[in-house]
Design a protein around this ligand. Structure first.
Ligand code: IPM
Ligand code: MN
Length: 361
């Protein structure tokens, strides 16, 4: 029997995306060697530069190739010379939708050695996961405009949910909460006081599915506005939060700040039955492109999530330990590009130091 090999599509994308992806692959390769598996990687040149040259976003032929991978690993999408929305919709959202990656899993975890702006909170108090619905809601593009540019202009953008899209997300969230070694509490984040159709559907499905199939998972509910308050004031209250696409988008940026910043926040776009895509949450940081000063940690954590998802638990734990050991060492006074520059560190040096730690585990 040959050594287990995973087919991984690499999309460096825009700005600092390729730099952080490079470091993450470096670390993953070390973990793979240690744990006895291999990566068969294919680079796909997608992003703003290709779009500006050729008009391509994700060509259908590449989409077909992506469908055949074990996972996709993405750096970042977003180019200063391309109008906002084109690359995001044409590359990131198209891939999420076409591959039906209906879950966006975003852990919010404060690691030792990382500073949170929330005063007096310790790592054991900031450790929860947001399960964001990733295929529907306000993101379907359903809507329209009439009388554009006139005083009578009408613009409609519909929040679209079906019982099916809600149910599959909730089922994943309950199963995840059940497996997670914490309080086994799932909080539904909605807005049942105003969005009385969509979040009523979510709330009924939440209690029906939970009551019938997951009686050991405790169910809680919070309005989205209130949850932004609790995430700052009492993050220790949360174990797993499940929510719709738009609320999930917003609260996970807050989550990223609570866990120390965009330099460390990672996520996975999951199709539990298909091909999933992993990415750092932060953007392409165009002004730091090619300067070797951007923090690769978020991308390394995204890689760690990818290995976990592929079932390579030992390698995932190894990478997490290597990152923790690096963060605890205190060589980085902060996670920002500025802090990295001031400390005389660099993107590649951080990658090397974490890879070395992974090699010694
Ligand atoms: C994210 C991003 C995307 C989203 C954008 C770039 C389309 O903000 O991954 O959270 O809204 O989902
Ligand atoms: Mn976002």
């Amino acid at each position: 029997m040959g050594i287990k090999t995973y087919k991984i599509a690499l999309i460096g994308g825009d700005g600092t995306g390729p730099e952080v992806l490079h470091e993450a692959i470096k670390v993953i390769e070390v973990a793979a060697r240690q744990c006895g598996f291999k990566l068969n990687t294919t680079h796909y040149d997608l992003g703003g530069n290709r779009y500006l040259k050729t008009g391509d976003l994700v060509p259908d032929s590449i989409l077909e190739e992506l469908r055949k991978q074990d996972a996709i690993f993405l750096g970042a999408i977003g180019h200063p010379d391309v109008k906002p929305g084109i690359l995001e919709k044409g590359i990131l959202l198209r891939t999420r939708f076409e591959l039906d990656q209906y879950i966006n899993l975003r852990p919010v975890k404060l690691y030792p050695g990382v500073k949170t702006p929330i005063k007096d909170k310790e790592p054991n108090q900031i450790d929860f996961v947001v399960v964001r619905e990733n295929s529907a809601g306000l993101y379907t593009g359903i809507g329209g405009v009439s009388g554009k540019g006139t005083p009578q202009e009408v613009a409609i953008q519909s929040m679209v949910y079906t019982r099916h899209t809600v149910e599959r997300c909730l089922k994943y969230a309950f199963e995840y909460t059940q497996k997670r070694n914490k309080e086994k509490t799932l909080t539904l984040c909605g807005k049942t006081n105003v969005l009385t159709y969509v979040y009523d559907l979510w709330e009924r499905a939440f209690h029906e599915i939970g009551g019938h199939n997951f009686p050991e998972v405790k169910r809680e509910y919070a309005h989205v506005d209130a949850i932004t308050m609790w995430m700052v004031k009492n993050p220790e209250w949360f174990d797993v939060i499940v929510t719709g696409n738009m609320f999930g988008d917003i609260i996970t940026d807050l989550g990223a700040m609570v866990q120390g910043g965009m330099g460390i926040a990672a996520g996975g776009n999951l199709n539990p039955e298909g091909v999933s895509m992993f990415e750092p949450i932060g953007g392409s940081a165009p002004k730091y492109t090619g300067m070797n000063v951007i923090n690769p940690l978020a991308c390394i954590f995204a890689g760690q999530m990818m290995l976990d998802h592929l079932g390579e638990i030992e390698a995932s734990v190894l990478i997490e330990k290597a990152c923790v050991s690096f963060l605890e060492s205190g060589v980085l006074p902060g996670l920002s590009a500025k802090a990295i520059q001031e400390a005389g560190m660099s993107t590649s040096k951080i990658g090397d130091m974490i890879a070395d730690r992974a090699a010694c585990q």
